[in-house]
Each structure stands twice: as structure tokens, then as C-alpha cells.
Design a protein around this ligand. Structure first.
Ligand SMILES: C[S@@+](CC[C@H](N)C(=O)[O-])C[C@H]1O[C@@H](n2cnc3c(N)ncnc32)[C@H](O)[C@@H]1O
Length: 317
């Protein structure tokens, strides 16, 4: 299946800003090498490949289905490689295997999940329909991930409260956990629908957010816990800059304030402690009005970027 036949459901967010950041900050335009740590449906990968036809690109995804979807779209391209792995686990030996030991000119993380996960994966990321309440991204990496259903049916109340507060900033946490504990005693949660109905019936309608589903925050919290998203993100923000070539750029697109806070603090720590790195933008870039209109999923996006300085040749920190 090639690009014309493949129906991508995800629009790459802020891709023009991502490309412009590379174009304006990396002096050379030939022979660049990119890493997309969150390949998804290869939206950004294709934009890099079109803008830099002679570049080499490695993309990763922890979800094997996404790797397959990306390749259905990319067709046969010798300059593009992929690995089904967590972006926090990329190792120097992976680069050696590819013969790319000197690293990348550009690294991108476009955080979170893909529109495909919500609309088509059937893994309970959506508020609609009745699907197994699963939410795992690694479906074949042999990680011992618990499912969303296991979390809501077995975690102690204190732990659930911590997750809903910390990862969802949900102010109805206490009530939701109370209801959940009552319910699961006799009737465990099996589907996304079971859980969203429980949240809907717990938060009085007049307190529902105007534009989003009332379970949005707790869904986000559970997804973060299932996939240990913050642990991987924190690790990657330390490890991935090590793979930047001199002049190389690391760009991260986040989608909610908790993610952005982690990105901001980790990058600041790196820039303050290591003179090789500097911020490209003082404040994060936001999507244009036009992009937000065309792709409402981009509304909450923030793009931050750092660059490794040019005089770091032969140095690894
Ligand atoms: C927002 S989507 C990326 C969309 C992509 N930029 C595009 O335009 O098609 C994020 C992707 O990253 C993957 N992902 C999330 N966390 C990951 C991690 N820690 N390691 C590797 N992939 C991850 C998800 O499975 C998802 O496919």
C-alpha cells in the first residue's frame, strides 16, 4: 500500500515550524540525518523526507501497529529506517548497527498518542463505543505494562487519587475514586464505556467542561500511568541530546501543561549545566490560528527546541 491508498488519520502538528527551525538553524542543507522518536503515521517523517530528499531518517515507535502504518504510507525508501522501541531506550549500539554512529542533525519528539489510537485502535483510548479498557501502546515489546482496566479495578484508593491528581489535575478525584471503589466491589470496569459512564454520573453536569468530555482528565491520567509516559519522557530528555551532532537540534512538541513542564525543566537543566546547549526560542512556539482551525488537535501544542553548539566536534558528554 502506498501513500495514495493509505488513509492517514493523523495530521502532523506544527510541521512547518519544525522544518523552519531546522532550515533557519542548521547551516548545511545536504546530507542531514534525522531521528523522529515518535514516528506515528510518519507525518513528520514524510515532511523531512520531502524537504530534504537526500537525508537519512530513523523513526521509532513503541507501538508496532504504528510502525506498520508508517511503512504502508512510506513504501520502499532506502534512506528511511525504523525501530519498534521506546524513544527512551534508543542506544548507541542501534546507531552503530545502522552505521550512523555520529548521531543526528535533528531529533523530534511529538508527544502523546496518535489520532489513530483514539479513532481506530480499539484499545479504549476513546470515550465513544465499547472497547476493552486497555490503553497500552507497547503491544509486543514484552514490557509488563498493566492495562487501564487493571489500574481502575485493582489499585488502592490512595494510588488512584495520586494518579488522577498528579497526571490529570482532576478536581473531582475524591468523588470519582469513591464511586469507583463502590462499583468495583461487585461489578469491575471492563470497557472504556463502563468507565466514562461512571465519571459522567459522578461529575454534576453543570460542572462538565464546555468543550471536552468530563472524563478527559482521568483518561489522560490513566493513559500516562499505563504507559509510564513521564518516566520515559524524563529519561529521553537526558539521553537523546547525547545523540546530537554539532549544530544538531532537538525539538519537542508537547500537548498539555504537565508534559510541557517536564520538557521545560529538563531542557533548562541541560542548558544551565552544559554550555554546549542553548535554547533556540525563549518561549515555546504555538500553532498558528490557521493550523488550529484546520486541525483542532493542534490547539494545545507547544514546541520547544534546543541546539548543540558547533564547536563540539569529537566531544561526547
Ligand atoms: C502524536 S503521535 C506522532 C505522530 C507523528 N508525528 C505523525 O505525524 O504521524 C505519537 C506517537 O508516538 C508513539 N509514542 C508515544 N510514546 C512513545 C515512546 N515513549 N517511545 C516511542 N514511541 C512513543 C505513539 O505510539 C504514537 O504513535
Amino acid at each position: 500500500m502506498y501513500e495514495e491508498e493509505f488513509q492517514a488519520v493523523h495530521f502532523p502538528v506544527m510541521w512547518q515550524d519544525v522544518l523552519r527551525t531546522v532550515q533557519e538553524n542548521i547551516p548545511k542543507s545536504k546530507g542531514l540525518r534525522f531521528l523522529d522518536g515518535t514516528g506515528g503515521e510518519a507525518g513528520h517523517v514524510l515532511k523531512f523526507a520531502e524537504a530534504y530528499p537526500d537525508s537519512e531518517i530513523l523513526f521509532l515507535d513503541r507501538d508496532p501497529t504504528m510502525i506498520q502504518r508508517a511503512w504502508s504510507r512510506l513504501g520502499d525508501r532506502k534512506n528511511i529506517k525504523s525501530i519498534n522501541c521506546n524513544y527512551s531506550e534508543l542506544a548507541q549500539s542501534d546507531l552503530e548497527d545502522l552505521g550512523w554512529r555520529d548521531g543526528f542533525d535533528g531529533i523530534l519528539l511529538d508527544l502523546g498518542i496518535s489520532t489513530y489510537h483514539i479513532l481506530e485502535s480499539g484499545r479504549g483510548f476513546s470515550f465513544k463505543g465499547t472497547e476493552n479498557f486497555d490503553m497500552r501502546l507497547d503491544t509486543n515489546l514484552n514490557t509488563k505494562q498493566v492495562t487501564a482496566a487493571e489500574i481502575v479495578n485493582t489499585y488502592p484508593s490512595k494510588e488512584l487519587e495520586r494518579i488522577f491528581y498528579e497526571y490529570g489535575e482532576e478536581r473531582w478525584t475524591k468523588k470519582i475514586v469513591e464511586r469507583l471503589l463502590e462499583r468495583r466491589r461487585t461489578n469491575p470496569i471492563e470497557s472504556n464505556n463502563d468507565f466514562s459512564k461512571l465519571v459522567e454520573s459522578t461529575i454534576p453536569r453543570k460542572f462538565w467542561p464546555p468543550k471536552t468530555h468530563p472524563a478527559t482528565r482521568v483518561y489522560q491520567a490513566i493513559r500516562i500511568e499505563v504507559n509510564q509516559e513521564f518516566q520515559h519522557l524524563k529519561k529521553a530528555l537526558v539521553e537523546l541530546p547525547k545523540f546530537l551532532k554539532p549544530d544538531g537540534i532537538f525539538q519537542i512538541i508537547s500537548f498539555h501543561s504537565l508534559e510541557d513542564r517536564i520538557v521545560k525543566h529538563s531542557l533548562r537543566e541541560l542548558v544551565m549545566s552544559n554550555k554546549e546547549f542553548s535554547f533556540i526560542y525563549k518561549k515555546p512556539l504555538l500553532p498558528s490560528e490557521e493550523e488550529m482551525k484546520l486541525n483542532p488537535a493542534s490547539r494545545s501544542a507547544k514546541l520547544r527546541a534546543i541546539q548543540r553548539s558547533a564547536d563540539t566536534r569529537n566531544k561526547r558528554y
